[in-house]
Design a binder for this molecule. Structure first.
Ligand code: HBI
Ligand code: FE
Length: 293
């Protein structure tokens, strides 16, 4: 079962105690022993699963930031090393923040991470991104200079997309790369998407299950493709390298948006004649589970 279900957009004014940019203090001392134990349980379980499934930049990032030591990471301990590596730092937020706030943070190399952690009874299912999804899932990749540049470029693109009414297309790019992206490597397909690496069940499904399609990444194709928020992805997009992803994000999107205006969405789970198919899935998983109403 997919673990992160994004709720409806949050209300538009910061909650009490949050700054105008929705940041809050992490208050690391307030975490309970149970909170730290949940982190450690999830960390040990996922790193065991990810050894031969996550891409090398992700695994290097885990080591560089020493995320396993002592339960929930203290941002004030991690940020100096993260900033030294790529200029990024983690800021705590109460949960999902409005898109314009989110893009502003990314463009300024600040990753907004939920401060709370799921309970021991929610290890496999979560309503909203918690600190494990955000910090374990997203932050290790931010130690890679190329991906770090991609995320900052995405933030700048998001601000423009908002002003041009193309947020939905840009959110799809985020979803099919940052959250659920796969990449080609000499050792085979590897995961870089945060939504997959933080999910016990989707880690194997995305790489090894015969059900989903795996298609070569193409910017316009990805922007034409809706995504699931309630279950595994029926289709995963595969980049040749992080450099290719960064290059795709640095182009001027205006002609891309113009092309999209005359192109229909491609229904979830379908393969288009123009697709470069890496694996044509049987789609049996999704046929057996009707989409959430
Ligand atoms: N806020 N904290 C937080 N984390 C996210 O991943 C996030 C968000 N707000 C908006 C958002 N993601 C999505 O709309 C992106 O696709 C833009
Ligand atoms: Fe996420």
């Amino acid at each position: 079962m997919s673990e992160i279900v994004k709720l409806s957009p949050p209300k538009l004014s910061p909650p009490d105690g949050a700054a105008a940019d929705w940041t809050i203090p992490q208050n690391w001392d307030d975490y309970s022993d149970q909170d730290h134990q949940v982190w450690t349980t999830l960390y040990e379980r996922q790193t065991h699963l990810l050894q031969d499934r996550a891409c090398a930049p992700f695994l290097r990032g885990l080591d560089a930031l020493d995320l396993h030591r002592g339960g929930i990471p203290d941002f004030s301990r991690i940020n100096p090393e993260l900033e030294r590596l790529t200029g990024w730092r983690i800021v705590a937020v109460p949960g999902l923040v409005p898109d314009d706030v989110f893009f502003e943070h990314l463009a300024s190399r600040r990753f907004p991470a939920g401060r709370f952690i799921r309970g021991p009874d929610q290890l496999d299912y979560l309503q909203e991104p918690d600190i494990f999804h955000d910090v374990f899932g997203h932050v290790p990749m931010l130690t890679d200079p190329v991906f770090a540049d991609y995320m900052a470029a995405y933030g700048r693109g998001g601000r423009r997309a908002l002003s041009q009414g193309h947020l939905a297309h840009l959110a799809r790019l985020y979803w099919h790369t940052v959250e659920f992206g796969l990449m080609q490597t000499p050792q085979g397909l590897r995961i870089y998407g945060a939504g997959i690496v933080s999910s016990r069940t989707e880690t194997a499904f995305s790489l090894e299950d015969a059900s989903p399609h795996r298609l070569a990444f193409d910017l316009i194709r990805v922007m034409r493709t809706p995504y699931r928020i309630d279950d595994f992805q029926p289709t995963y997009f595969v980049i040749p390298s992080l450099e290719d992803l960064l290059e795709a994000s640095l182009q001027d999107f205006a002609p891309v948006y113009r092309q999209l205006e005359s192109l229909d969405d491609i229904p979830i789970g379908e393969v288009a004649a123009t697709d470069a198919v890496i694996h044509r899935g049987a789609q049996n998983y999704h046929r057996s589970r009707p989409a959430a109403q």
